[in-house]
Design a protein around this ligand. Structure first.
Ligand code: NAD
Ligand code: SER
Length: 313
């Protein structure tokens, strides 16, 4: 078996930190190179190689891939939904050009595999609100969603035309405690835990009955690794797979927290992110991922809430 050498781009971000540590367990610390525009995350320090890298600088990226004998890239650098609406040009530029740089290099260097996440943000107001299927009407209304949907088709194009083995998941909102979130609409479901423990109350930027698809980070990391390890012949989706775990509203997560912290209170003060949330489905049908590579979530709201509070304490 050829030795794999992995490059994670955007390794200091919310997913990057945990995914890098998980990949290091699989491939060995020295064989997973973490990289980011910003400084190395504290949790990564001492666990393996780190390089400072801008995914927009294709030449430097190419040099690193050759110099480090990279065989797989996990591309996590992106601008998320809420930050994207503040700077649409920047979001489009980074989310598109970063992906195209990676796909081009993967083709030229014949990399074994590429991972690039999409999002439930590809769905828009005309998509089904409940149990949104893998294949359906997709008319995204945020620049983030537009960039993810276009990115999905670039992945499919590079697979069909050049045989690049690129795989993707449409993550729901991800909830974690190890590293901070990067500017998404679903970030309220992380902030709420920090505020519950620090001040005993939280002012939510979404309305109490806003249901969104969510997932606890250990499930997301496992989904990513399971998809990347699945036999290529099993995979019929080369745009991006729906995956699902949880669907809850701010009111429901507030109640789950109150079972541990009875004095916790929550107020609602919706802002521009409400409009983004209202354009997304409330829940996702992931039957294709379940059938093709055996996806199954492990965490429900109760178990996730207990673990988040325990770890943040
Ligand atoms: P994040 O913002 O926490 O991390 C992104 C990282 O990329 C940051 O550390 C940032 O410094 C780095 N970065 C930014 N520009 C860069 C550049 N030019 N070159 C190199 N690095 C750069 O984001 P995340 O939440 O970890 O998301 C990772 C991926 O997963 C993104 O594609 C995102 O769209 C997708 N996703 C995330 C969620 C979620 O809930 N977190 C949900 C769906 C999809
Ligand atoms: N969590 C992400 C966001 O809110 C979904 O892609 O932007």
């Amino acid at each position: 078996m050829t030795k794999e050498k992995v490059l994670v781009i955007g390794a200091s971000g919310q997913i990057g930190v945990e995914l890098t540590l998980a990949l290091r367990k699989i491939y060995g610390n020295a064989n997973v190179v973490a990289s980011d525009l910003r400084e190395e995350n504290e949790l990564l320090k001492g666990s393996g190689p780190y390089v400072s890298l801008d995914v927009m600088n294709k030449e430097m990226l190419h040099v690193q891939v050759i110099r480090q004998n990279i065989t797989q890239i996990y591309l996590l650098a992106a601008i998320l939904s809420a930050t994207g609406e503040k700077n649409p040009n920047l979001a489009w530029h980074l989310n598109m050009q970063g992906l195209l740089n990676v796909l081009d290099i993967a083709r030229e260097e014949k990399l074994h595999k590429v991972y690039w996440p999409s999002s439930i943000a590809v769905f828009g107001p005309t998509s089904p609100r409940k149990d949104c299927p893998q294949r359906t009407i997709i008319e995204p209304s945020t620049v983030y969603g537009i960039s993810k949907y276009a990115g999905e088709f670039w992945c499919n194009y590079f697979f069909e035309r050049y045989g690049v083995d690129v795989r993707s998941i449409r993550y729901p909102g991800l909830i974690s405690y190890k590293s901070a979130p990067g500017g998404g609409t679903t970030d309220y479901a992380i902030e709420i835990f920090h505020e519950a423990l620090e001040s005993g109350s939280y002012k939510c930027f979404l309305k109490e009955d806003t249901y969104l698809p969510m997932m606890y980070m250990p499930d997301a990391i496992r989904a990513t690794i399971e998809l990347m390890e699945a036999p290529a012949a099993n995979l019929t989706v080369r745009t991006s797979y729906n995956v699902a775990a949880l669907s809850f509203s701010p009111k429901e997560i507030g109640e789950a927290i109150r079972r541990h912290l009875p004095a916790f209170t929550i107020q609602y003060d919706p802002d521009y992110r409400q409009h983004i949330a209202d354009s997304w489905p409330q829940s996702i049908d992931d039957s294709v991922a379940r059938a093709e590579w055996g996806w199954k979530p492990e965490y429900d709201l109760t178990r996730m809430t207990a673990e988040m509070l325990d770890n943040l304490k």
